[in-house]
Design a protein around this ligand. Structure first.
Ligand code: HEC
Ligand code: HEC
Ligand code: HEC
Length: 109
């Protein structure tokens, strides 16, 4: 091969490499529906992280939650019921929503 063709080959490979990296970067950015933040009145904001909940999608969708944010409501009283987050956050499957020591695991200042 001539010197010029080698340069051409190297440039093509470099461009393909960059495109490949970019595509995988986009895929790795977000797990499931990403982070979803709730801002209830009378309590600190709560961020639900898909990243921290590495389970099968059908553990939650769609028997507990729709695949769209803002489709459930949880009052303070609901915290002790087997509904929404409380299906798992009941002190058995995951930390409870009713013990004062655990409020700050969900509600941030
Ligand atoms: C532990 C429970 C849980 C699991 C497991 C889960 N999700 Fe979600 N997902 C949620 C919640 C909670 C919401 C928001 C629902 C709401 O606000 O009404 C949500 C919302 C979404 C949304 C909508 C986001 C938006 O901005 O409207 C998509 C898309 C989504 N999930 C995809 C997935 C996929 C794909 C998986 C599997 C890789 C998955 N989820 C696993 C709980 C879960
Ligand atoms: C597993 C996560 C989680 C834990 C633990 C938790 N909460 Fe919440 N809480 C939420 C979410 C999510 C909302 C918002 C629900 C909505 O938007 O309807 C909320 C909403 C609230 C609200 C507003 C209710 C309303 O009617 O608008 C109060 C008050 C509250 N929480 C108090 C507490 C207290 C006190 C504790 C500890 C004893 C606690 N929470 C523990 C997730 C949690
Ligand atoms: C299908 C079961 C399930 C549901 C539904 C669920 N969680 Fe969880 N969550 C878990 C498990 C399991 C853990 C990890 C075990 C533990 O820490 O007790 C966890 C951990 C967490 C953590 C600590 C990890 C972190 O993100 O820093 C937070 C906060 C949390 N959940 C918030 C929520 C909120 C808010 C909801 C409702 C929107 C919710 N979870 C619904 C099972 C669930």
């Amino acid at each position: 091969m001539k010197k010029g063709s080698w340069m051409y080959l190297i440039i093509v490979l470099a461009v393909l490499g960059l495109v490949g990296l970019n595509a995988s970067g986009v895929q790795a950015k977000k797990v499931g529906g990403g982070d979803i933040t709730y801002t209830p009145k009378g309590a600190g904001p709560v961020t639900f992280s898909h990243e921290a909940h590495k389970m099968k999608c059908n553990e939650c969708h769609t028997k507990i939650f729709k695949m769209k944010k803002g489709n459930f409501k949880m009052s303070k009283e609901d915290h002790g019921k087997e509904t929404a987050c409380g299906v798992c956050h009941n002190g058995k499957k995951a930390f409870a929503q009713t013990s004062e020591a655990d409020c700050a695991k969900c509600h941030k200042k």
